[in-house]
Design a protein around this ligand. Structure first.
Ligand code: PH2
Ligand code: MG
Ligand code: MG
Length: 165
């Protein structure tokens, strides 16, 4: 739990890349974000739009005093700097940074919904998130990350072994 009144929140972000040097894209996002803890990397079959290259996915924990909307703009700036071009919805991208959980905050606006509305159905998010916070409870669904993971459909999500290691 974050100390009450401190203004510092624990936030979980999902990172994804399926264009260019995927591993380097994740690394550069992590540097720009000042990450506290990070999951291992998974190689995952594309969901939603299946006809595109496989992704590398990872989840990171940050501590931030930015408000949700400020944090969104910060992550969007990083996406832009790392060469993200917005073309096809759910299509290939050099880097995607999604806000999954922002403390226990629940909110929805035109721009941003927290918790991330797709997270509970996505193994490529829940597997890495469970490494960092398996007992954390989803503030809307009231289930732990481990419970959500156990309820997801099959999806090809495998540990990524860095080439050359
Ligand atoms: N992101 C999407 C759509 N589909 N599939 C995988 N495996 N990983 C992703 O990060 C991903 C996706 C839209 O953000
Ligand atoms: Mg996304
Ligand atoms: Mg996104």
């Amino acid at each position: 739990m974050d100390p009450p009144g401190s203004g510092v929140k624990t936030v979980y972000l999902a990172l994804g890349s399926n264009l260019g040097d995927r591993e380097k894209n994740l690394q550069q996002a992590i540097q720009a974000l000042e990450v506290v803890r990070q999951s291992s990397i998974y190689e995952t079959a594309p969901m939603l739009l299946e006809d595109q290259p496989w992704f590398l996915n990872q989840v990171v924990e940050i501590k931030t005093s930015l408000f949700p909307r400020q944090l969104l703009h910060h992550t969007q700036d990083i996406e832009r700097v790392l060469g993200r071009k917005r073309t096809i919805v759910n299509g290939p991208r050099s880097i995607d940074i999604d806000i999954l959980l922002y403390g226990q905050t629940i909110m929805s606006s035109d721009e941003l919904t927290i918790p991330h509305p797709g997270m509970a159905q996505r193994r490529f998010v829940l597997e890495p998130l469970a490494e960092l916070a398996s007992t954390l409870r989803h503030p809307v669904l009231k289930r732990t990350i481990a419970q959500l993971l156990a309820g997801t459909k099959e999806q090809n999500v495998r540990p990524y072994n860095r080439p050359g290691l």
